[in-house]
Design a protein around this ligand. Structure first.
Ligand SMILES: Cc1cc2nc3c(=O)[nH]c(=O)nc-3n(C[C@H](O)[C@H](O)[C@H](O)COP(=O)(O)O)c2cc1C
Length: 365
């Protein structure tokens, strides 16, 4: 059904317009009480065995929506209604900004992939914080991660102040906070992954979050798949040293290897981060490396190329406490989360584990 809709409508539309249309429908469905319950009942049933605890948070399952889909936190409940176990909003920057000129989002259908150079288009930390503050808090409120990044016009050596502005505004409303230093679409951003810079930045964000909250807000860093293995080890060591709560791996890649899409088309698209199926192998590799280095002493959230329940299960066995997806949602549609949940539940039961937590890291040789 969704495949038909995708082929007949979305595939022919500009990808960013298709995103806005689909997201509008999701929010619309959520605003109609009868429809909301129906959609939730069909798409979001979960085996209670999938309930899990990570980052000190209690979640209905391990499978969340990665950052970038809901940059401004406008559709959290609609996305939760579709079955995501948690929603990471953002990237939110200190100041509002329009992002890069369009076109800036491209589909590589043959590769089940996307290339984007959105450039952190978002309403800025103050406005997003006000929106989150206005949300009614009920027992059914989904877990919300807030991902923060640097405003483009802020020079690299003033990055900390910009992150601190976002952290102070948003930490009170975040179930967890992510420092994003790995998007390829903000010039210089990934230089912040150098541990000499990243360590002090994370330390300052930690302090800022503590200043504005009375409880511990878990802090994570999101890293790129393009880092050298030694850099990944260094970041893992630094994260342990700082007492960080977790690492999200990975963001999109600047690599273009092994694609089926013709080279001329890739050339025509130009710069941007590649996500989806082609990212699968490297994201798994980064996860395995992080897990080996940190040995369960901090949470690892694995993201990149997860398309099926089997993919998600492999990440859990390889040591992911939580998983996320984005690109496959575009190709698979609203039944995706249900399919992944069903498959995860079947695998968990077949393997005889009592919970997801028990399965984490069990595939490590
Ligand atoms: C259109 C688009 C926008 C994204 N925007 C962000 C973002 O603002 N911040 C971020 O940390 N990651 C962003 N990402 C990266 C995703 O969160 C995720 O790390 C990446 O796409 C790999 O997962 P996937 O293969 O399941 O898509 C974006 C991805 C896409 C496709």
């Amino acid at each position: 059904m969704y495949k038909l809709l995708f082929n007949l409508l979305f595939k022919k539309m500009d990808p960013e317009k298709a995103h806005h249309l689909a997201f509008f429908w999701i929010r619309l469905a959520r605003s109609v009480p009868g429809l909301r319950s129906l959609v939730r009942a069909v798409l979001a049933p979960r085996d209670p065995k999938l309930r899990t605890t990570a980052l000190g948070l209690d979640l209905p399952g391990p499978f969340g929506l990665g950052a970038g889909f809901d940059k401004n936190g406008i559709g959290i409940d609609g996305l939760s209604m579709l079955g995501f176990d948690y929603v990471e909003i953002g990237t939110v920057t200190g100041e509002p900004q329009p992002g890069n000129p369009a076109p800036r989002l491209f589909r590589l259908v043959e590769d089940r992939a996307l290339i984007n150079r959105m450039g952190f288009n978002n309403q800025g930390s103050a406005r997003v914080a006000a929106r989150l503050a206005a949300r009614p808090h009920t027992s059914s409120t989904p877990v919300i991660g807030v991902n923060i990044g640097k405003t483009k016009v802020v020079p690299e050596d003033e990055a900390t102040a910009d992150y601190l502005k976002s952290a102070k505004a948003l930490a009170p409303y975040a179930d967890y906070l992510v420092v994003n230093v790995s998007s390829p679409n903000t010039p210089g951003l990934r230089n912040l992954q150098a541990v000499q810079v990243l360590g002090p930045l994370l330390w300052d964000v930690r302090k800022a979050a503590d200043e504005v909250t009375t409880h511990h807000v878990p802090l994570l860093v999101k890293i790129a798949p393009d880092l050298a293995d030694e850099d990944i080890d260094e970041i893992a060591d630094m994260a342990l040293h700082l007492g960080l709560d977790g690492i999200i791996a990975t963001n999109t890649t600047i690599g273009r290897e092994g694609l089926r899409t013709p080279a001329a088309r890739i050339e025509e698209i130009g710069m941007g981060g590649l996500s989806g199926a082609p990212l699968k192998a490297r994201s798994l590799e980064v996860l395995e490396r992080l897990r080996k280095r940190t040995d369960g002493r901090l949470a690892i959230v694995s993201v990149g190329g997860i398309e099926t329940a089997e993919d998600a299960w492999q990440r859990i066995l390889a040591g992911a406490d939580l998983v996320q997806g984005y690109s496959a949602f575009i190709y698979e549609g609203p039944f995706w989360m249900r399919k992944v949940h069903k498959g995860l539940s079947a695998r968990l039961r077949a393997a005889g584990y009592a919970s997801i937590g028990e399965a984490v890291g069990k595939g490590i040789r």
